[in-house]
Ligand binder design. Sequence first.
Ligand code: PLP
Length: 633
Amino acid sequence: MAECWSIEDARDLYGIHRWGADYFDLNEEGDVVVNLPGEGDPEAVVLKELIENLRDRGRSLPLILRFRNLLDSRIEALNSSFRRAAEKHGYQGAYRGVYPIKVNQQQQVLEEITACGCRYHFGLEVGSRPELLAALAYMHDPEALLICNGYKDEAFIDLALQATRMGLQIILVVEMPGELPLIINRAEALGIRPHLGVRFRLSTKSEGLWAGSGGDRSTFGLNATQLVDAVDLLKENNYLDCLRLFHYHQGSQLPNIRAIREAVLEAVRVYVALAGEGAPMGLLDLGGGLAIDYDGSHTNSPSSCNYRMDEYAGTLVEVVKESCEHAGLPHPTLITESGRAVVAPCSVLVFNILDVACFSHPERPEAPDPDNHEVIHKLAEVCERAGTGQPQECYNEALFYRDQVRALFNHGQVSLRERALAERTFWHISTVLATEIRELPYVPEELEQLEDQLTDFYYGNFSVFQSLPDHWAIDHLFPVMPLHRHLEEPTRRAILADLTCDSDGRIDRFADRETVRHHLPVHPKEPGEAYLIGVFLTGAYQETLGDLHNLLGDPNVVSVGLEDGKPTVTHEVRGDSVADVLSYVEYEPGKLEARFLHFADQAVARGEITAAQRTEAIAAFQSSLEGYTYFEG
Ligand code: PLP
């Protein structure tokens, strides 16, 4: 244990104070805690202890921890930010947030959001018929809004209209020019006056990973000409009095507050124009995009944002107020469709490290035997000199002799044992040089990557494709850190490889204060230790976008809440079994079992196994079918 290492150093190294938003921290014992807000002071729950309890209850890793109190707290924070902004700017209109179901559609999440959101009349946004059905089952507050975006067929429109008749405030948002005639047609057929909205394609350009969701070439929404045509169609059919809402969506994870301000300025101009056409309006839906500071840098980098929730709300409220007052219009009800800002902090993915592959080699390898090949001796001479100055020369020579040994091996002139000794020697030289160059004022370019080449692989019990698809697909950064041992300095550097047989199946980019680093500082894994890693802020999009690469299925999910001030498991969802994932890809578990049984019977008939061995093999097959798709042990 390094004497000068402190908890403060660990906080700084992993940035937990920067991205943790007061929800996550380290306690004095060096364990990660989640601070669950409750009635009084937040309750600090030690994640490692929680995991140990869950493992005692038979829940295997990997698992997703979902914190209900954080969901509650995020909805509260969002509503409070808009309340404070309205007070500050003298805004007369209400705020009615809606949660876009697609961001995390899990039933537990929806149930919790509708339950704790009802005191703010927090509504829902849906983008498909299945999402509409989920929303209609859970949200019955007549003062909340149910915003219907996305493509809408006749069945979708009919259901939305029927629920409107039952007293819900359902807004059918016209996204495509062809939708409006169909909506009017169905409204006529059913004799129901719809609440209508229009989605507009702003010309304001956005920034970040989802910049394509906004601007002239965005996929959804009407352009100016289509909007004018829609207004004319509404007028012709006497439906203009149904047009109440104007909507735009600039993109998810908007990193820059200036772009948000520009977009809302343009949007209010269109809102004012629609009111000028004679539509009653009253609802201004500013879409999603409120960002999460995943890397804790507070900058406009794609995984961060240069504003806080209060500034976001203040900017929107101020611009809308000024523009509407200028046009002589009352302040509209403001709607945001914030998804990630509500759910991202609520989930943590936890997995254990199964194995480690080390490349750095601090121990000096044994000296070569006199009868070893001459090149091995040359490499050993370089090894003698490593660390005594001239690192570049040593590195060049080490590379040269290492490659010569490989070539000689391919020609049968060097044995496998000699090659192994040469490689150990090469890694030792690299390790010594990597330490040496840390002290240098200038490091030659070739040597800069030495540290990266020495980074360990820590093999984790998880699948990037299933649990962190955005890391794999779009280089999104999530905060990652060990859940314990923070009283010790983490002396190793690792890339986290997953269980899939794919070179992409790894976490190899980590947030650093100013940049992205290509390793995670970790502790040496002790034999038999369950070394636990947490990936934080994973509640948005990750669960449903994940796929079945290598047939690794959904992990276990455990919802935790405070009951009488104590952390309590409120809900558990078992992850996919092997039989489950096989059935998703068209296998029938019963048939699989029958085929294996037949194969075992034939093996008995051929005399390859006994009847007792057949029973054992079949039992192993059956219990694997029932088992978890991840490493169990
Ligand atoms: N609304 C619409 C129409 C969206 O497409 C999205 C996602 O991109 C959202 C809301 C949610 O965005 P975010 O999660 O960034 O708040």
